[in-house]
Design a protein around this ligand. Sequence first.
Ligand code: FRU
Length: 479
Amino acid sequence: MSTLTKVLERNIKVIEKNADLTEGRFRLGHHLMPPVGWLNDPNGLCWYKGRYHVFFQYAPFDVEGGLKFWGHYTSEDLVDWKYEGTALYPDSPYDCHGVYSGSALAESEKLHLFFTGNVKIDGDYDYINEGRETSTLHVESEDGIHFGDKEEIISFEKYPEEFTCHIRDPKVWKENDRYFMVLGGRLKGDKGAVLVYESENLKEWKFKHIITTPEAFGYMWECPDYFELDGKKFLSVSPQGLKREEFRFQNIYQSGYFQVKEDGSVDERDFREWDMGFDFYAPQTFTDNSGRRLLIGWMGMPDAEEEYTNKTIDEGWQHCLTVPRELRVKDGKIFQYPAKELERLRKEKTILDDEKSIVEVRIEVNEGFDLLIEDIAVTDRSFQISMGGQMLFKYENEIAEIGFSEIAGAGRNKRKAKVSELNNIRILADTSAVELYLNDGEIVFSTRYYPDCEDLQLKVKGGKFRGNLWNLRKMIFTK
Ligand code: FRU
């Protein structure tokens, strides 16, 4: 370990030691958050030697972002988590301005991590067409905790000419004894695209082709992911530069997927957003030992500070990850639902009486809850769930909408989605984060929120339904 790495490690440990993962009004009960400072994308998600590994973009020294490291959590069951400390430091000439996003490939004896090293040259550059060097790097580990030396596997100088300097976020997978990698990029002329590479040995990578839409669909595609589910191929990307619409692309940046056609192409008309909430970006998927495909997203939104903020900044930390979601294909769409294991957080249950069309219960804000409402038959054209006037879910005229009060939303107002019917809704609510799953995960809204009282009245009205409400125990986070 170099002297620089030692100094960084020591300093991070000092600030993390003083940070309590559970202390603070908005500290979360069942969402992964940074020990201190800033978190963004989930990275290196995998199942390796009996444990789940969740790495994340981590800026421990600055709650507003800045220099990126990889933080690291592990878990045996997706319920309780251990914080393993900082896995990767920006300590080499290839990544001195940030260890950017990437993925893991878990083989039987070794865990491989692939990521982008960010280097910004000092000078008068636009940092789009010049001034930025972003090579693809690799490290490996035998125990999943300690990593060897970084090697450059694709130098920024070797990327295809038609791209700007914005190429990053490798996602690697294995198919028929060969390895493949997708990288996100910005073509010259401002068109988002994915670069596809192939390798036989994980060290030498050969550029194959690019994947992009016929028409430009945003100027940049970040954090690509490519996977098969239920015999179909999907490409997930986080495009930047789409025009906002009433029911689509409501945030500054998006995340979604295309179903890849037989000939390997994608079409912008097939793009489906992963999530309709305010705080969701840069998701990544992986498969575990049971063969399930799970997805975790960043519950945050870059460059949205002028629209909405996070009250956790005053507590010295910002952002979190979504809960792990299991993916399933139905009617050509991917449905997302909280991994079954999360039900183990449920404590006592309250049954909501379906005979009355208004049900009210008190909930403690600092205890998370899991609300499941099924067999919904909407009457009076409208179905609503409100939480003490601070949050409202509404379903009316085939439109689902979430809305927040000024205080609870910290600038978040409304987000909408078209849904032809509402059969069930599951709400996983944490102290300052809420995820709503409609129709077994056909539509999801993920959002931070900041209720300003200790308990709230939860009110469900407008139809016949079966409802169950559970208080949730908090996940155990150990350091
Ligand atoms: C997405 C992203 C990635 C990049 C990382 C840097 O949020 O911009 O493209 O690798 O964050 O933290």
